[in-house]
Write a protein that binds this ligand. Structure first.
Ligand code: MG
Length: 382
């Protein structure tokens, strides 16, 4: 029986992890559930999974009488850290959105808990600190992002051989075939229409701009110790090949499956074992054709910025991430056109210049500075 805490339990990843846990109640005990503000959904989860701790960063007006005494309740903006410290979980699934997960990841590792990482930003903003903390903790970071889970699964067959290249697949998002001009003024509804994956709003916009892939290049760099020039982005619209790893002899190992996040989630939850997830079997005959094309750094500047930021070092990736979070939020509020997202990120990188990322304080400082600058630039583009 593994004891699981879920930070971000009411989001897309959190609910799918609970779906896996519910299918295998003999295997998982859900000990803590944390949500941001979706109180009604959290109340339902508490009724179904009976955690020891339930928490919300936004305190609800009232807790229903039937579950008021059934667990310990925690509220407030520091709830992620409070729960990580207080819960007795073996595994902490970090599936919150944004850089807020960074301190929670560091704390979970310091407490000797295994981290199942769905939240990209801790590695993007604090890759060096997080990977170092994981090394010290003696646990591998278990990636939940489908591409990184795929690479992690392929590497189980590496037997000590270092890969020569990582092939990171991308669906290409809803604007894969759009021109640069068409994309400039794309609407929120158009950007939110992802062809293959059902995900939260932030990551869906990131898929449309391909900033999601930029974040994933940075994530892959830290998880698998691979320089950016050896991480190739391949646009693969069917989202069947979830990523691949090349070795010195020319062999390429890939992981395939229907697009269903429960597969990478369950793999992290039961690594190195595999359990049924409810995912449909892969039917290659009904798919028929798998296609691959290069990512276009001209239409999608994010693809170029990832390598540039990794090579620049310091807090460049932190700044890219903070600026992108601000830009996406402004786009979701209909304040800026779609094309402004990458312009805001580039402008912010330029305005911030070189900043250090040696400590958590450095990272939070760079993140705040990036947000401040990005906000200024976004105001001008309104
Ligand atoms: Mg992904």
């Amino acid at each position: 029986m593994r004891k699981l805490a879920i930070l971000g339990s009411t989001g897309s990843i959190g609910t799918q992890a609970l779906d896996v846990a519910a299918r295998h109640s003999d295997r998982f005990a859900v000990t803590a559930l944390v949500a941001h503000s979706s109180s009604e959904k959290l109340f339902e989860q508490v009724r179904q999974f009976h955690p020891q701790i339930a928490a919300l960063s936004v305190e609800p007006k009232e807790i229903p009488a039937d579950i008021r005494e059934s667990c310990q309740w925690m509220f407030g903006e520091n709830v992620l850290l409070d729960v990580v410290r207080a819960c007795d979980a073996d595994d902490v699934l970090v599936s919150v959105v944004g850089v807020v997960g960074l301190a929670a990841v560091m704390e979970a590792l310091a407490c000797g808990k295994r981290v199942l990482l769905a939240n990209k930003e801790p590695l993007v903003a604090g890759g060096e600190l997080v990977t170092e903390a994981a090394r010290k903790a003696g646990h591998p970071l278990l990636p939940v992002d489908s591409e990184h889970s795929a690479i992690f699964q392929c590497l189980q067959g590496a037997q000590g051989n270092t890969p020569t290249r990582l092939i990171l697949t991308a669906s290409g998002g809803p604007f894969r075939t759009w021109t640069r001009e068409q994309m400039q003024n794309a609407t929120r509804a158009q950007a939110l229409k992802h062809p293959n994956w059902s995900m939260g709003a932030k990551i869906t916009i990131d898929s449309a701009s391909m900033f999601n892939k930029a974040l994933e290049i940075i994530e892959a760099h830290w998880l698998f110790d691979m320089p950016p020039e050896k991480i190739q982005v391949v646009v693969h619209p069917q989202s069947i090949v979830h990523s691949a790893v090349e070795f010195a002899d020319g062999a390429v190992l890939a992981q395939l499956g229907v697009p269903d996040m429960r597969v990478p989630i369950a793999y992290a939850m039961t690594y190195p074992r595999r359990i049924p997830t409810g995912s449909k079997p892969l039917d290659l005959f009904s798919i028929g054709t798998l296609t691959f094309e290069p990512g276009d750094p001209v239409r999608f500047p994010a693809l170029r910025l990832a390598g540039e930021c990794l090579n620049a070092g310091g807090a460049a990736c932190t700044i890219l991430n903070g600026a992108n979070e601000m830009a996406v939020a402004a786009f979701l509020r209909d304040e800026i056109p779609f094309g402004a997202i990458s312009r805001i990120v580039e402008g912010t990188l330029e305005a911030c210049g070189a900043m250090p990322a040696d400590t958590l304080e450095d990272i939070f400082h760079a993140d705040l500075e990036a947000r401040r600058r990005a906000k200024e630039i976004a105001e001008k583009l309104k």
